[in-house]
Unconditional design. Sequence first.
Length: 705
Amino acid sequence: NAEIPESNVDVLIIGAGPAGLMAASSLAHLKVPFRIIDRRRTKIFTGQADGLQCRSLEIFDSLGFADRVKKEANHMMEICMWNPDPESGEQGIRRSDRIPDTIVGLSRFQQIVLHQGRIERFFLDNIAKYHQVAGLGPWRGVERGVVPEALEITAKTDGEGEELYPVRVKLRGLSEDEAGVKQVNVGAEGLGGKSVGNIGGDGMFRSNLGDHEKDEEEEEEMMKRARERGGETEVVNCKYVIGCDGARSWTRRALGFELDGEATDFIWGVMDIIPITDFPDIRMRCAIHSANDGSLMVIPRENRLVRLYIQLKEVTPDASGRADRSKITPALIFGAAQRIMHPYKIDYEHCDWWTAYQIGQRIANSFSDDANRVFLAGDAVHTHSPKAGQGMNVSMQDSYNLAWKVGLVAKGICKPSILSTYQSERRRVAQDLIDFDQKFSRLFSGRPAKDVMDAEGVSMEEFKDAFLKGNLFASGLIVNYGPSNLVIKPGDPAEQGDGSEKSRRLEGTPHSITEEEFAKKQALAAGLPVGMRFNSFKVLNQACARPWHFQERLKLDGRFRVVLFAGNILAPGQKERVQKFCDRLNAPGSFLRRATPRGAKIDSVVEVLTIHSAKRTETELLRDFPDILHPFDPHYGWDYSKVFVDDVSYHEGFGDAYKNYGVDKERGCVVAVRPDQYVGWVGDLEDFGELEQYFERFLVLANEQ
Ligand code: FAD
């Protein structure tokens, strides 16, 4: 139709929940043009996900807003386990255990809670800022009240005569009536005269608590623009599309993909209340198992709020497997909570949000189309119970994994073959999550065992053990990506990934490394496992002695990093090794020079960072380190931000980084790090050829441009 306006964009993101906003923020940081649409007219204001694991905070820090989240969130320090009290004849509960909420020493961040609406706010501010910084102009914001109506991928996506914008998406602005999307099960019915957050005209739930001034100002403007767009259609031609449109994903259905799995019989209610109670651990995270009335989880929140997850034993699914959610009221949910917490008393005057859900554990059979042009992330490809606090985290981490790959391929920096690693890496994480959730939900929803002979009941020892293991899993820090051209470790990339023919075909020529060779390389940095995120310890800037958590130097800006552990740079033999490594880096045909676009700075695609282990006060930046490690710029002089030392600081102790990374203090090693902070390769200073090959597999180098 000649009437319909048509335009091009590098990336179209469908859905502005946590996964979509993470994709948008990452692309803004990478300076890649994108648009983001959402059917809802407003963002979320309260409720839904709230738990933020350590890895999500590390990621927020790489985008520049972890400090805002940390400041507002509630910090959870301890988990208390409450079980039936044998002394009170199964009528009461008692505290049986305490464990730290985050396993000590895992990360510089600990698990915290803050509701999804605030996280979305921080994302929106971050995107607006970086969109401007990137030179992409003022950001037009999430285009709200807009849905996709048709999606077509042209046949010419693979090889000869390939179109630059091969994905055609027709968009339509929703009319006033259509856009009044209501949040499920939110309302004041059945609250028995208690106060509740305001319900807006469009059915969205508004908290009475907290600072929402900016949200409200912006909302007026968003509603106005959405109304203006109502009924309009347009066609957008895209290089790539990322579908982050939640559990009922339109994009997933447009690709013809199914979610495999099923709903369980467990029905849970959720309430965010300000509790009035004599229960002693109401400001701790608690897992409470009553003898006969079900289980409850307590999550202390910001603004005096507490979230209760309550098992509803009275509500059961019908023959079709679905529970009638209209029967579920706050009074019913809260009655169950009061019984579970007996003999302690609990009541409330203010409820901020409530809902009920039936646990379903499902995963999509594929995360992208065959040509790797349309991708799915977040709830669009996996759903599970919210109690382990994983939904928002894993969803954001999906698009954090994907966006830099799509962005760098769209910019012509990386070869399209890296795109297949999205599915091979993230589908496995989603599957692990669902396996974990199945075990965790069963243990949580089960009745406590009466004694060792009670085979049907859940043993509380088993539960505690699962909780401890679950905490490690839930930190997000044990994700370990399988072999691919981005992760050099033994095994067949396709088998390690999702095993599909697609990943085998698109992966490109796989590397091969034997178990034995790999073990030798990995031993050079035992604390930096290949495939896992680069852990953080404090080091000092050589030039100014300021302590830095090393991860703070691994911001998401699309750059790969080579971390040179230069060892004892003052020992003559070691100095010579470092010099030789740097000579090769600096040589005219090196991968570093070929990766750098003409006229760009030498660190624009691959940045080299150094950590040495000699005494800071005996070492001189300009005298002891080759120029390539602190490049010179005619306008700005030497770069003082790239060389660090593992030494004692004046005010913040000793990070002992070499010991923690498992690197030899005399001889050091070299580590290649992906833009998302995952370790891709480990080798010796003499393994320069292998390092070069690592980058040659996926970077578009000068002689290939
Ligand atoms: P979503 O947050 O669902 O975002 C999808 C976005 O896409 C939405 O903004 C939607 O409006 C938009 N969209 C949908 N269809 C279209 C379309 N056709 N066109 C354009 N836009 C579209 N997780 C926890 O960890 N703890 C909890 O307690 C918890 N409670 C929850 C309670 C409820 C009621 C719900 C719904 C979810 C809850 N979750 C919880 C899950 C958590 O919110 C999700 O896992 C997380 O939001 C997933 O992020 P996402 O971006 O993938 O999807």
